[in-house]
Design a binder for this molecule. Structure first.
Ligand code: ZN
Length: 155
């Protein structure tokens, strides 16, 4: 399932990318440009009630809450999504491109030394080149995801 988030949903887009969902987000699209993404087989996510009537049912989800984490729960619940833990952190949170594994040697000099010495596995974004590694940051996000999605199942 692929998504397009409107300009008010940047943080939700980030969370969806963490979960491995292909999610576009661009904060300077016109309404028409945003709506056109439905042709790319994307589900449109918006907080703009005005847009609802332009799109066929099932192609657009109106997000009610203000809080990105509750928005994520709302969406996962509403669409009955089953995020695959294997796909978590396979996409760049910044630009949505797929990450690929890269060798420590390629990374040398591009991350702080203490990171380079402490980690063996790195991932590089094919789009923007940003480097990722398993560290406290990912660990924290993983826990947060577990908490958010766990709550949903109990509801
Ligand atoms: Zn990127």
């Amino acid at each position: 399932m692929r998504f397009a988030a409107d300009r008010m949903l940047g943080k939700l887009a980030k969370w969806l990318r963490f979960l491995g969902y292909d999610t576009t987000y661009c904060n300077d699209l016109s309404d028409d440009e945003f709506l056109a993404q439905v042709d790319e087989e994307r589900i449109l996510l918006t907080r703009n009630t005005r847009l609802k009537r332009h799109v066929a049912q099932g192609k657009l989800v109106f997000i009610k809450d203000n809080d990105p984490k509750i928005q994520l729960q709302e969406l996962v619940c509403g669409l009955g999504l089953r995020p695959e833990p294997d796909r978590f952190f396979t996409r760049c949170a910044i630009c949505n491109e797929v990450l690929e594994p890269t060798e420590g040697a390629d990374v040398y000099g591009r991350v702080p030394d203490y990171i380079w010495t402490a980690h063996d596995r790195f991932f590089r974004c094919r789009g923007c080149g940003k480097l990722y590694w398993e560290g406290s940051h990912l660990e924290r996000n993983r826990k947060e995801i577990k908490r958010l999605l766990g709550k949903k199942e109990g509801a």
